[in-house]
Design a protein around this ligand. Sequence first.
Ligand code: PAF
Length: 290
Amino acid sequence: MLETNTIGELRKTIKSEKSRGRTIGFVPTMGYFHEGHLTLMREAKKRTDAVVVSIFVNPTQFGPNEDLDKYPKDLDRDRGMAQATGVDVLFTPSVKEMYPDGYSTYVDLTGITEVLCGKSRPGHFKGVATVVAKLLNIVRPDAAFFGEKDWQQLAVIKRMVIDLNVDVEVVGVPTVREKDGLAMSSRNVYLSPEERSASLVISKSLKIAQNMVDNGERSVDRILEALQGLIGSEELVELDYLEICDPETLSPVSEIRAETLVAIAARLGKTRLIDNALIGPELENTGNLF
Ligand code: PAF
C-alpha cells in the first residue's frame, strides 16, 4: 500500500494506475476506522481495480462548538486496517495541503442542506460538499463510496455530483450495526456505558416504525407520536430531530405510500448520534433494518 500526504504524488500514482487501464474506487473518510469504513473499502475493492482511501479530519465541516479538536484519531491502527483490507493508496493530507493560504472557494447547496442536520449544524454540509468536491477532483475516481448512515450527506453528494456534472458513480453502502443495533460510528467511543445502553432506543425506534407500517399504519403523524414517546422515555437521550421524509429530496411526507426515510439525531451527553432507515409497505422482511 502506498501512503502519501501530497496531492502531487497521489495524482501521479493515480495517473499511472489509469494508464494501465485500471479503474479507481475512492473511499473518503475522517479516519478512526470501524467495520463501517472497512465495508466501504471492501465494496470499492469488489467494484474497482485500485482503491484509494483518504483520511482527513476536515475542519470546514465542524462548527465552532463541535468536536474537531477531540475527534478520535489513530493513524497507525488505521494504516494497518487499510493495508489488511487491501487498500492500494492511503491519502493523508494536512490541512495546509487541502486548504493552503488564500483558500477562498466553497461549494454550497441550497434546500437539501437546510433540513435535518443542516438545521442544527449550519455550515456543516458546505464543508462536506467543499471537501468532497476537492477530493473527487484530486482523485478523479470511477466510483466513490459513502455510508448510508450519513444519509443526508449521501443525498447532498449525489445532488452535487449531478449539479456540477462530476463524472463519478456515487455508491451508497448500507449501514453497519453492532449486534444490538447501534449504528457504527467513530463517535460511539465517546459514549459512557450508561449512554451506550440508552442509545439503543434510536435503532429500536427505527425498527418500531417499520413494524407499525407492517401492521398497516400509514400516518406519519401517528408514527412520529409513537417514536417521540419511546425516545422521550429514555432520560439520557435528548432528541435533536425525528423526521419522516422523502429519501431523495428530504422533504417531509404525511403518509407512508412508498419507500420513506425515518431520520433521527439525538444527543447523549456531549455526543451527537444520527441514524436512519428506509421504511415502507414493500420493505417488510427485506432485512434493510437489522
Ligand atoms: O463521512 C465522513 O467521514 C466525512 O463527512 C467525509 C465524507 C469524509 C468528508 O469529510
